[in-house]
Design a protein around this ligand. Structure first.
Ligand SMILES: C[S@@+](CC[C@H](N)C(=O)[O-])C[C@H]1O[C@@H](n2cnc3c(N)ncnc32)[C@H](O)[C@@H]1O
Length: 276
């Protein structure tokens, strides 16, 4: 594993994550075998399930397709796609402890046959060329410095006619320094937030054709406004993505929202197609 990959894994590695998720589920009286009960914690990106469904709504996904989730985390998006569309999803993630939790959650929700989880890098995907109809990637590119390499690797594993749908945090119109820590990085050295144009140029360089682009700044600010008002009224819910962010979870989220509000960054959806 290279130096950057090690630092990224160290950033995300969370101790006793499964036990803490289980304690929160028990606190809520939620059945640990219900995939819907996991939604507050297993979609580690802006807007959670709502944002995933918004991204997927631009795609035509049929039963039997093969889907790849790049940087799949603890597998929430992969399980959601597998259930909603009756497809098989392969999830790849650099962080071994997340992959272990994802596998445990797949088993207990009865989804071992629907979702395969693997440890691996987006820059060297452990899958065959031309094997996926769709690749998705949610909030991962901020940890990847080499976007052209990423796009070439995605283009390699897609079938001709396949799609790549991503939802990443990108630079907005203010180029000033970001407030750190943020959810994907404690320090500027491991944060690689690029302009939307860098993604498009990298994708086109790999032979992918842009089909869709939507900025989600307003959605993001409205989402966190709702979350923060609810927390102020009722306290922090036991189950949430704070379980994945360690002791500085609150600071990371506050900095993230401040960076978005100041137009330094914004989450963006993009979809590309591999011709064929
Ligand atoms: C913010 S989390 C998002 C996880 C998941 N996509 C989700 O939305 O729930 C970022 C994830 O990307 C993974 N990651 C970062 N760089 C990666 C790389 N080069 N290859 C594979 N996974 C990577 C991290 O281990 C982490 O699980």
């Amino acid at each position: 594993m290279d130096h950057l990959a090690k630092r990224v894994e160290d950033h995300y590695a969370a101790e006793n994550l499964l036990a803490r998720i289980d304690a929160a589920l028990a606190d809520l009286g939620a059945p640990p075998t219900d995939p819907d009960a996991l939604k507050p914690v297993d979609e580690f990106h802006t807007g959670g399930r709502e944002a995933t469904e918004a991204l997927l709504s631009h795609l035509d996904i049929h039963p039997g397709m093969r889907v790849l989730d790049i940087g799949a985390g603890i597998g929430g998006t992969a399980r959601l796609i597998a259930r909603a569309y009756k497809v098989h999803v392969t999830g790849v993630d650099l962080t071994r402890s997340y992959v272990d939790v994802a596998k445990a959650l797949n088993s207990r929700t009865g989804m071992d046959d629907d979702v395969t989880m693997m440890v691996g890098s987006a820059l060297d995907l452990p899958v065959a060329a031309g094997s996926f109809d769709l690749a998705v990637m949610l909030h991962v590119g901020m940890n990847i410095d080499d976007k052209p390499h990423l796009m070439h690797e995605v283009a390699r594993v897609l079938k001709p006619g396949g799609h790549f749908a991503l939802f990443d945090v990108m630079r907005d119109r203010d180029d000033g320094p970001l407030a750190f820590p943020v959810p994907w990085s404690t320090l500027p050295e491991t944060s690689f937030v690029d302009h939307p144009l860098a993604y498009v140029t990298a994708a086109e360089g790999a032979g992918l054709v842009p089909e869709h682009r939507r900025e989600r700044r307003d959605f993001t600010l409205a989402f966190f406004d709702r979350v923060m008002k609810a927390a102020a009224e009722k306290g922090q819910p036991p189950l949430g993505i704070h379980l994945l962010m360690g002791a500085t979870a609150g600071e990371k989220i506050r900095n993230y929202v401040a960076n978005v509000a100041a137009h330094r960054i914004a989450p963006v959806e993009m979809i590309f197609r591999k011709p064929g």
